[in-house]
Design a binder for this molecule. Structure first.
Ligand code: C2E
Ligand code: CA
Ligand code: CA
Ligand code: CA
Length: 278
């Protein structure tokens, strides 16, 4: 209902404007925040369901803002996506991920750290030049990195995305399709692009309660992944029942609060040395 209605209409504009201003302010905060290391990575273990061991982790960014305190990613990442700044954050996260890999001397040979790249981050020439630089100077670091991308990245520019995916995989990175099943055409993308793994969105896992509803969709996604020879990583495992179900269905890997919340670096490294422990 777009009719002019006096006072209320002004209110709508005002709140739109205030929101835009808030987003703009947050954007202005980004550069100094990057310079002052206000962003920190937390590490959530990814577990091999068969052996109960930590084989990988997902890097999840948190913002320790001097004015607003701790801000979770859901609050600022959509803003940075809207105002076009997200690639700056992705670049920072990528570099921090490399720093972590380099610093952790006792990491297992097979260990992989997943980082989330936005559509703009995956297309970024700046990030590409960093990756090329590491490929030339320290290729061993890249084989510990997985890039998690979403359908959004795939729809935006099919040809360029295919080219980047091929280039990055040649350089030793792995590529994972995040939030699988939540988009419009997840299935068709499995034909058009080559992935090393897919991450089953947590909505499919959390909706499962033994005896209450069926596990048909979960089972189908796992079978699909197995049939094309890629790993399925189930997100959001919170209960023993969900863990056992996924094991039974032949899911390879999982991640969730049942095993561990996202941990600070030190705690993650300690947890890895104590693995298996579940
Ligand atoms: P995501 O990539 O789907 O990441 C998984 C989210 O699920 C994380 O939320 C994680 O803490 C949460 N989670 C893990 N296990 C469980 C569980 O058992 N139960 C429940 N309820 N939640 C669980 P987080 O850290 O708040 O991140 C939210 C989203 O922000 C991420 O979703 C990702 O899309 C984005 N994000 C996080 N870090 C980055 C980053 O460095 N760059 C970009 N571009 N996006 C990021
Ligand atoms: Ca992710
Ligand atoms: Ca996800
Ligand atoms: Ca997500």
């Amino acid at each position: 209902q777009a009719k002019f209605n006096g006072k209320n209409q002004v209110k709508v504009y005002k709140s739109d404007c205030e929101q835009a201003t808030a987003s703009y302010k947050l954007a202005l905060d980004l550069i100094p925040a990057v310079e002052q290391d206000q962003f920190v990575l937390h590490f959530q273990p990814i577990v091999c369901l068969e052996k109960d061991t930590i084989i990988a982790a997902e890097a999840l960014v948190r913002w320790n803002h001097p004015e607003h305190g701790f801000i979770p990613p859901d609050k600022f990442i959509p803003e940075f996506e809207k105002n076009g700044c997200i690639a700056i954050l992705d670049e920072y996260v990528f570099k921090q991920a490399i720093v972590f890999i380099e610093r952790w001397e006792d990491k297992p040979e097979e260990f992989r750290l997943s980082i989330n790249l936005s559509s703009a981050g995956f297309a970024s020439e700046v990030i590409k030049s960093h990756i090329k630089h590491y490929w030339q100077t320290a290729p061993n670091l890249l084989k510990h990195i997985t890039l998690e991308i979403t359908e959004q990245t795939l729809v935006n520019n099919v040809k360029q995305t295919q080219k980047n995916m091929q280039l990055y995989r040649e350089m030793g990175l792995k590529i994972s399709l995040d939030d699988f099943g939540t988009g419009y055409s997840s299935l068709s993308y499995l034909h058009m692009f080559t992935f090393d793994s897919l991450k089953i969105d947590r909505s499919f896992v959390s909706s499962y309660e033994a005896g209450h509803n069926s596990s048909t969709i979960l089972e189908s996604i796992i079978n699909l992944a197995n049939s094309i020879g890629i790993n399925a990583i189930a997100e959001g495992i919170e209960t023993q029942e969900q863990y056992k179900l996924l094991q039974k269905l032949g899911g390879n890997y999982g991640q969730g609060f049942l095993m561990a919340k996202p941990l600070i670096e030190e705690d993650f490294v300690t947890a890895s040395t104590q693995s298996p422990r579940f």
